[in-house]
Design a protein around this ligand. Structure first.
Ligand code: WTA
Length: 648
């Protein structure tokens, strides 16, 4: 390690690596920026097309018009399955499924997975699903989830996966926003010590008010008795037993939608991020191959949940398009004990391991013996995603988990970007703990000043924007293109604005400083403060709420809610509990506030705008310098907030 805390590359890493040196990275990066059309038309040939495109890219950020590989025809499930079977890799393991209970696991070869996907595609067709229809998937991490995604893509249906911890209300809103025709779910789920997560029951509650849903397909995961609605609900296994196993893939246009995935923004209801077929697949396939330096025979494991973008791109579509062996894990890092991740690494001899900083912090806290008692020699590359990784967990990951042998790949990206945009490459980029380092191929990041000018040079800080389009970029917000323009392209006309702040250091490395909007990142989960405030506001007796983040040792960010009760309503444990229940009902248990402070008034400007800057300081316990509070309608509010915070 050099004095300035840079981690040099080991000579071993560059042997046979796809990008073997910084010079090679620079050479290819420059080409990708100077000649994007030539670059991407070459890269796009890594997947199989029924018909080539006639224009590589066409974009106009002012109008938020983005097209890649126009008029090219392809099918995602063909690329992820048939193609590998046809080229002789049918017996290769596609998915290793590791159950919550360590004694449960299952493997699917590419041939077996294709067989299941074709049958399910026929089940969906029988239920009336046609090209372009939306299919909602609400499941835990079971193999049928991946099968469902691939079956949708085979027949051109657009999947919308709702993370399994979301509540019935959230599920209902997402189904209605994109008028899904079918819901695929499971009886109950198991995760960690929870052995009866009521998936079907939640689905039933959601479906009271979802007129577009015609049928529900239910996977029997636990065998618990669940209510089946006659004429609407069918069992997965019964339908699969009688389904035909022949199903030709539909020829999709490169710009046909592949999926919708809802994500939280700073205002309003969650946005249905829409990704399309050709550009997305090219981008996730290429980035998975390069960033994880994936080679034939490697065992690759991303611990994310498929309910989030990381799982879509880097458990399912990226790895399977590359004929990789990808692990799907149903459980959690601390069940049955804190050694579970490392047991799985040893059990399957995992080569690439990709997880979130929050998981590393939680494991680090438990001491090194859980790691040291395992072998872990198979590990070659260690990735992280979802939130800034700080130096302590970075070093722990590098030294204790990787034993100083494995590069740490800190990947920065978003639901909207489809794939990783800023990242080290394992054998090319010397790393620095906490920096996502340099842009991936074809990505042109810029830092903007508040007044909309590009900040040139190094050793600078600003708002992170991207200057030109890349194939994996989202194309619209489902059903609301104007909101797409307003959210991402209006702050800096001609640029995609990420919502993150960043620094660029003396070496041109990027350091992501976090969201600059009202989006929280709690344990790597994106949560909009407006959504939580709305949920708290529905509690009886609550007049108003404001939610902010604060630094949290394990979660990265914790959630702090300031709540004003209606006149005459007293604060009590009961109302506190009701507030939490309201958040669980409206959003889900992952969005529960860590702290609730009742305050008679919130700090507001004379025009009635809540000054969140002040609330953030109170939440952090940083009372010394409140900054300029002269614009507050009632400056005394601040003193009350500080004194009340002592009781939280
Ligand atoms: C944050 C997850 C720092 C960032 C793939 C971004 C990160 C938001 C990193 C997107 C990273 C993601 N370092 N921050 N390596 N990766 N983020 O949509 O604030 O769930 O805007 O996508 O997570 O979260 P999302």
């Amino acid at each position: 390690m050099s004095k300035n805390n840079n981690y040099k590359l080991s000579a071993d890493w560059s042997i046979d690596s796809h990008i073997s040196s910084l010079d090679k990275y620079n050479e290819l990066y420059n080409e990708s920026i100077q000649d994007p059309v030539g670059f991407w038309s070459r890269i796009a040939k890594r997947i199989s097309w029924y018909k080539p495109w006639n224009k590589v890219r066409d974009f106009d950020f002012e109008k938020a018009k983005i097209k890649w590989f126009e008029n090219g025809k392809l099918n995602v499930s063909y690329n992820c399955l048939d193609r590998h079977v046809e080229s002789g890799d049918g017996d290769k393991t596609a998915i290793i499924w590791e159950g919550n209970n360590p004694s449960e696991d299952k493997k699917f070869t590419y041939t077996e997975l294709l067989f299941e996907v074709k049958k399910l595609a026929n089940v969906l067709k029988k239920l009336g699903v046609e090209k372009g229809d939306r299919v909602c998937i609400y499941m835990q991490m079971i193999p049928e989830l991946s099968i469902a995604m691939l079956a949708c893509s085979r027949i051109g249906a657009v999947h919308s996966i709702v993370f399994g911890a979301f509540s019935a209300d959230s599920l209902r809103d997402r189904i209605n926003d994109s008028s899904c025709k079918i819901l695929i779910t499971q009886d109950t789920g198991v995760r960690g010590k929870k052995d009866n997560i009521p998936m079907k029951e939640n689905a039933d509650s959601a479906l009271f008010d979802t007129p577009s849903i015609k049928s529900v397909v239910v996977v029997k995961r636990t065998g618990v008795d669940v209510n089946m609605v006659e004429g609407r609900d069918v069992w997965w296994h019964e339908e699969m037993n009688i389904a035909d196993d022949r199903c030709d893939p539909v020829h999709m246009d490169a710009e046909d939608p592949l999926f919708i995935l809802y994500t939280s923004g700073s205002t309003g209801k969650p946005k249905g991020v829409l990704h399309t077929t050709g550009g997305y697949l090219v981008y996730v396939s290429f980035s998975h191959h390069i960033i994880f330096d994936y080679k034939d025979g490697d065992i690759y494991w991303c611990t994310a949940d498929i309910g989030w973008i990381t799982g879509h791109s880097y458990i399912v579509y990226g790895p399977l398009s590359n004929c990789a062996t990808t692990i799907m894990f149903e459980g959690v890092p601390n069940y049955p004990d804190y050694g579970r991740f490392w047991d799985i690494v040893d059990k399957y001899e995992v080569n690439q391991f990709y997880t979130a900083p929050t998981a590393l912090r939680a494991l680090m806290k438990e001491g090194n013996s859980w790691v040291k008692s395992r072998n872990l020699d198979s590990l070659r590359i260690l990735g992280t995603v979802g939130e800034p990784i700080k130096e302590p967990e970075w070093k722990w990951y590098y030294e204790i988990v990787g034993k100083g042998r494995c590069p740490i790949i800190d990947t920065w990206w978003q639901t909207e970007t489809g794939g990783v945009l800023i990242t080290p490459l394992p054998a090319a980029t010397p790393t620095k703990p906490g920096s996502a380092t340099l842009p991936f191929f074809g990505i042109h990041p810029v830092l903007m000043s508040d007044d909309g000018k590009e900040i040139e040079g190094n050793d600078v800080q600003g708002l992170l924007a991207i200057k030109t389009s890349w194939p994996g970029q989202m194309r619209t917000i489902y059903g609301d293109h104007q909101r797409f323009i307003d959210t991402y392209f209006s702050q800096f006309p001609g640029y995609y604005f990420t919502g993150d702040g960043a620094k660029r250091d003396g070496d041109g490395y990027y350091w992501i400083t976090g969201r600059v909007d009202d989006v929280l990142n709690i344990s790597g989960h994106r949560i909009g403060t407006a959504e939580v405030e709305g949920a708290i506001g529905k509690t009886n007796g609550v007049a108003e709420a404001a939610v902010v983040g604060f630094s949290h040792d394990i979660k990265g960010q914790g959630m702090y809610a300031f709540v004003t009760l209606m006149t005459g309503v007293d604060s009590s444990n009961k109302i506190r509990e009701n507030i939490i229940q309201s958040v669980v009902k409206e959003i889900g248990p992952h969005a529960k506030p860590d702290n609730i402070q009742f305050s008679p008034a919130l700090p507001k400007t004379r025009s009635g705008k809540i000054m969140r800057r002040i609330l953030r300081k109170v939440a952090e316990g940083d009372h010394d310098n409140m900054g300029d509070i002269s614009t507050l309608a009632d400056p005394l509010v601040v003193a009350n907030l500080i004194s009340d915070s002592a009781q939280v």
